[in-house]
Design a binder for this molecule. Structure first.
Ligand SMILES: C[S@@+](CC[C@H](N)C(=O)[O-])C[C@H]1O[C@@H](n2cnc3c(N)ncnc32)[C@H](O)[C@@H]1O
Length: 292
């Protein structure tokens, strides 16, 4: 790969997905893009760059998606789900007692293990949530991972990563070598393609946002910009959950850390009262917790 090709791809990826590659990530580009070049009958990275400059929207998407890291697994890192069960849901159940509805956004949900882990936690608390409406919106830049998330179908290897056996038995059905999460869990999660670099105000305001293991790939200015927009999308008494290697500290005052709960944040300067902008994003179909 020539230095100009590398620089072109660096800028292209930063502009299209936020991915911030340092000057020495040639191997990463080659390992992800050479298979795509071969599949597209192109003779190496230089030809791929030429085709990219040609501007085909489909090819742009293919290159961006080939460079995303979609690593995820059920109940990843455990602690955020402890926060969810022990702090976030109990607080929201108190705070939303009149409204009896909770909106959750999983902002880079990848292949679905994260939003379905949240759905299973919600279902496990269905006694306390009887008669409530809990909506989980899973978004991702990549249409490909969203399709898998929608299907709710996982391999034996994937269900063995992080998912307690009791939950596998309770919420999944085995078909051959694959496992599918049950229709009730699938109905709790809505899906939508969304690039965090772009405006997401149209989604409305959420009580809880999980945005984990995606901002880590972005530069500081991009993180700050996204944090500030996430703050506008969070209810004043809502919660933000970040990944283990991510923090707002030193970047923005829009959120403040929640004491003794690593990775958990609340908005700092509430812009408005809870319930604002409800109904915006009504295009997102709501799903009640079935059986409650
Ligand atoms: C490493 S996965 C994290 C998945 C999940 N949140 C977790 O923690 O297990 C990162 C996800 O972010 C998505 N992504 C990357 N850039 C994005 C962007 N600009 N907007 C939205 N999603 C993006 C990728 O497609 C990928 O599915």
């Amino acid at each position: 790969m020539t230095p100009p090709d590398y620089e072109y791809l660096r800028k292209f990826l930063k502009d299209h997905s936020g991915l911030d590659l340092s000057a020495d990530k040639h191997y990463l580009i080659e390992s992800r893009l050479l298979p795509l070049a071969r599949k597209s009958d192109l003779n190496g990275i230089s030809e791929l760059v030429q085709k990219l400059k040609g501007g085909s929207a489909t090819f742009v998407t293919q290159v961006v998606e080939a460079m995303t890291t979609n690593e995820t697994f059920f109940f990843r890192d455990k602690i955020p789900f402890d926060h969810f069960r022990e702090v976030i849901l109990p607080e929201m159940i108190k705070a939303r007692a009149n409204r009896k509805s909770i909106r959750i956004w999983c902002a880079a949900g990848s292949t679905g293990q994260e939003p379905y882990s949240l759905a299973m936690c919600v279902k496990e608390m269905s006694a306390a949530l009887a008669g409530w409406r809990v909506d989980i919106l899973a978004t991702d830049l990549s249409q490909e991972v969203l399709e898998k998330s929608k299907s709710g179908i996982y391999s034996q290897f994937e269900v063995q990563r992080g998912l307690p056996i009791q939950m596998l038995v309770k919420y999944f059905k085995q078909t051959g070598e694959l496992w599918q999460i049950n229709p009730e869990m699938r109905a709790m999660v809505q899906h939508r393609q969304l690039n965090l670099l772009q405006d997401f105000a149209q989604l409305g305001v959420f009580d809880i946002i999980f945005c984990r293991n995606v901002l880590i790939y972005f530069d500081q200015d991009t993180k700050v910009n996204i944090f500030n927009r996430l703050a506008k999308a969070t209810e004043s008494d809502g919660f933000l959950v970040l990944g283990a290697a991510e923090t707002v500290v030193g970047l923005t005052d829009a959120f403040k850390p929640f004491a003794d709960r690593r990775g958990l944040y609340r908005p700092n300067a509430p812009a408005a009262a809870p319930g604002r902008m409800l109904g915006i994003g009504a295009g997102i179909k709501k799903a009640a917790i079935a059986g409650t």
